[in-house]
Unconditional design. Structure first.
Length: 240
């Protein structure tokens, strides 16, 4: 009730420009994007055609049978899913998250709406940043997302067992899949295998692009005894 009073006042006194369309953001829960941009952002609702393993987007209409992109056949995670496509309001929220460790209330609600997908998970593991990048940024955005999920489902976060042992180049949208794989091969290791062994793990990041990073993380987690690795990201990039 208070939000209906406070939000209009704040938008008048401290107007915030939508980082997508430059209109005013009228609701604090929407973060850095306005309600109209959120309304036109493609959020997955279960009616889309997605790769059954990696969540790659094929189209708006679901298939009556499971479909696979075949690009992820050799990936080591068991399944990957996301809130929606990396575009508009969702992309703006993720870009903002890289600069400020805050998940907007609207994104938190979307995560809560997907709580059924977390059933069976016993440990949440964020994909780590290198020491250099974490020092530069001041935090790991994947840890912020993982903590948000933990509050929703009441499962512990382990942000220390999986580590990135060498600094890698930031992945760009223009990089092909082989280049992404080369950049992260042998970049990860597990420091505390006893905490991983026998666990169904939810591996968390902000965006899944080719899936190479998540795959190599899943590989070392399973090598150290993880029984299952499911990947969750806020968004899924559309690869062309």
């Amino acid at each position: 009730m208070l939000a209906h009073i406070i939000d209009p006042l704040l938008s008048l006194i401290y107007p915030q420009e939508c980082s997508v369309c430059s209109m005013n953001v009228e609701m604090r829960k929407d973060g850095t994007a306005c309600g109209q941009c959120w309304d036109t952002t493609r959020i997955f609702e279960g009616s889309e055609m997605l790769c059954d393993k990696c969540g790659a987007f094929f189209g708006e209409k679901a298939s009556p049978v499971d479909v696979f992109c075949r690009k992820c056949d050799e990936y080591f995670f068991d399944k990957a899913f996301a809130l929606g496509i990396y575009e508009k309001a969702l992309a703006a929220s993720i870009i903002s998250l890289k600069n400020s460790p805050h998940v907007p209330a609207r994104v938190s609600q979307l995560i809560q709406n997907r709580s059924a997908d977390f059933v069976g998970v016993v440990l949440i593991v964020p994909i780590p940043l290198s020491k250099e990048r974490k020092l530069e940024r001041g935090f790991n955005q994947a840890e912020v997302v993982a903590s948000n999920i933990a509050k929703t489902i009441g499962i512990a976060v382990d942000a220390h067992s999986l580590e990135r042992r060498r600094h890698t180049h930031i992945h760009r949208m223009g990089m092909d899949q082989k280049a992404r794989e080369r950049s992260v091969r042998n970049a990860f290791s597990v420091r505390r295998p006893k905490l991983i062994e026998g666990k169904d793990i939810l591996l968390v990041d902000d965006v899944l692009t080719s899936g190479a990073t998540a795959s190599f993380c899943a590989k070392v987690l399973k090598k150290n005894g993880a029984s299952k690795v499911t990947v969750f990201t806020l968004a899924r990039a559309v690869m062309h």
